[in-house]
Design a protein around this ligand. Sequence first.
Ligand code: NAP
Length: 480
Amino acid sequence: MIRIANYINGQYQAPLTNSYIPNYNPSDGAIYGDIPDSDASDVQAAYKAAETAFPEWSTSTLEERSKIMLRIAELLDENLQKFAEAESKDNGKPVSLAKVVDIPRAASNFRFFGNAITQFSSESHESTGLNAVNFTLRQPIGVVGCISPWNLPLYLFTWKIAPAIAAGNCVVAKPSEVTPMTAYLLGEICTQAGLPEGVLNIVHGLGGSTGQAITEHPKIKAISFTGGTATGAHIARIAAPMFKKLSLELGGKNPNIIFADCDYDDMLQTTVRSSFANQGQICLCGSRIFVEASIYEKFKTDFVEKVNALKVGHPSKEDTNIGALVSKSHLEKVKSYIDIAKSENGKVLAGGEEVTVDGFENGYYLAPTVIEVSSDECRVNQEEIFGPVVTIMPFTSEDEVLQMANKVKYGLSATLWTNNLKRTMRMSQSLQAGIVWVNTWMMRDLRTPFGGVKESGVGREGGFEALRFFTEPKNVCIKY
Ligand code: NAP
């Protein structure tokens, strides 16, 4: 059994509540550790440590900050195997995936923002004829709160923390209680890298208590949140009257639009990945597949064949493509959508059933599932399932597919497969999404703005957008 502790003021500490919640291994359904069930008193201790550290950290040189952050990145690289195994055990994702996606990206987050802060600049305006010059100071906010979800645990946790500390803030952070392990291990790495005490404080616990206490804390001036749309709305209701700065990265129901003129083999291979990577538990997965009618039957046959060939298995096995879903309750939620699809006359073309993995019979495994739907308005096509379930349906014209693609409450990402340049431009302009990928999926450049429109969120992360969020601009006007 592994007992996790909070990381406050550079020290691992038991929660003041002295109460714990169980941590499950999704691959076998067994409890393998416990997690602090922290409350507002633990958040207050973390806040105090952050507040104390702020004056020195916020005035440290950019070189000092950068050096420490690059060292954290190096240490993550050096501990790749350990972190990948911990992420897999907590989340159910294949170790092989955590090794090439989650942990390298967490290291990249520190490396990227450690470098970006040395290049971050602000504007200056000479007021010609008035003998005055205006410039903008970009000052750290103070103590900020970062709250992250379970699907890409360390990847998304560090995506917030890295720009926050690079900009000179001190942080009170909460990973998802479902996947706390790599955030716990990160504390040790930060200490080793020489991050001053109190700059990063990690408090574990439930969303409704620990997360709520961070959101409600009167002195935590900004909240960067990634998670579900309902939780985001709840956080916004609390934070708005307190005039906190808010960044909300929320749910998605992303269209994957396939035209007949695309590079077919590339599209097919990538569509399998964009549908089922990380058991379909990526906010960017293309869970609504629209295929031009002329290639629909061919696509259907080829896609189903490839999906049926995916190996569902224990996350530690090298040949596993699809690991376990994150929790029993999530598995039940995803399965309930398969029932809903059937009740709406959806046709299950692949999967649709739980999978029993030999030796791990209590694990949360589900076969990758493809559902043919007859209307884009059915619930499985409108609501976020966030699991290994995609819908497919044909379309006949650009206008028709555009209308269907945009007819959801979400607007995170969209994928478009075509070699027609004019159509690419028309569709990219008209798709209601924060990110449009053309002939690729999830190709990320950390300098680009990342985020969604409509109920997929407010604000942008990534590049200088994140550094702008984590700083307060101040105009200084000097008359000479
Ligand atoms: P969630 O239930 O909203 O939880 C996200 C985080 O918020 C967790 O740390 C959770 O803690 C915490 N939380 C829950 N209630 C809270 C409250 N009242 N106050 C403050 N914090 C609270 O989301 P999830 O199920 O972990 O993640 C899946 C969702 O995240 C999906 O909708 C997915 O699309 C979205 N997502 C979006 C992006 C993006 O970039 N747009 C990226 C990844 C995921 P506990 O887990 O401990 O309860």
